[in-house]
Design a protein around this ligand. Sequence first.
Ligand code: NAD
Ligand code: MG
Length: 375
Amino acid sequence: MKSVILVGSTGSIGTQTLEVIRRYNEEFSVLGLACYSNVDLLNKQIKEFNPKYVCIVDKSKRDMLISGNYKLVDTIDELSDIDADITLNAVVGISGLNVTLNVLKRGGSLALANKESMVTGGQLINANRDKYFGKILPVDSEHSAIFQCLNFEKPTCEVHKLILTASGGAFRDYSLEQLKNVTAKDALKHPNWSMGQKITIDCATMMNKGLEVLEAMYLYDLPQEQVDIVIHKQSIVHSMVEFVDGAVLAQLGYPSMIVPIQLALTFPNRKYSGTEYLDFSKITELNFAKPDFTRFPVLKIALDVAKVQGIMPIVMNGCNEVLVDRFLKGQINYLEIAYYLEKVLNKFENNRIESVEQILEVDNLARAMTTKLMR
Ligand code: NAD
Ligand code: MG
């Protein structure tokens, strides 16, 4: 039986992870559960999965937790120090950084959904993974697709390019004129995937694909030039690997996060997932197009950041987290996201990353600068 610690259990990835564990409950035991503040759902999960450790970050909700045979852990960082066979990081934002680092520092297996930790701490994360022989199993569907196309191995010099597919988000077909008036409510209507709010907004600006390019660069140790993006509106091809001889391998399936989540848990084995099998007779077309930087300037900004790396991905991520929050609250409009990202990035000089403390400091500075400029 594999023990699982699930950080971010009440979210979109978290609840789907528990669906997998529920289906294969004779193979997995839930060792730990953590969330930010959704105590009602966490209580239901505690009842059903009987974890040994529980963490709720919002202290004001602690006395609402049901009693049980578990130990209350103060922080998600502490929870991730506990030895589990697999720790799945499904937290949103840079708050997941220490979870990712801690699991690798104890040489553990990390199922990684929290892309923001890879974007901000990639170099440090890889150094720790290699030093302590930790393992990262990608949960993000594109990165899982690549992992599968690479036959679960690291890329060799035979890999020419990784090709990430992008649905294009809620505003894929909007004109620049239309984009002036879109709201968070419009952005939350994603055509193909049902996800948490932050990532859904990131899809609508295409920041998500920018973050995923950085995530792929660090996961697969490749420069930005070897990670391409193609718009693929059906979300059937989840990503591809092009080899030096011109052969391209792709992973296909109907859009479902259950498949990559389950594979990260059952790796190296595959199991029935309950996901509908592809019916090729019903797929009349698969379209591919270049991303449009004029309508999606945020993606261009993110790719420029990916080229230079250093502290710039941290600045961009911190600034973006603040901007997405403001956009969700209706305090800034859609086009201002690109505007402020550019402005904040221009205030920073690039530098090397030496430590996790420095990452968190740069993140704080970027957030403060964003807030200051928006006044
Ligand atoms: P979500 O908002 O639905 O859930 C986030 C979870 O993290 C919740 O359980 C919440 O309580 C917890 N959380 C939030 N802030 C926290 C904090 N500061 N400390 C501790 N816990 C906190 O988000 P999601 O859509 O499930 O996404 C989670 C991560 O997975 C993100 O990094 C996202 O980019 C990535 N991801 C999501 C999907 C998807 O389909 N939802 C796909 C690929 C990658
Ligand atoms: Mg993805």
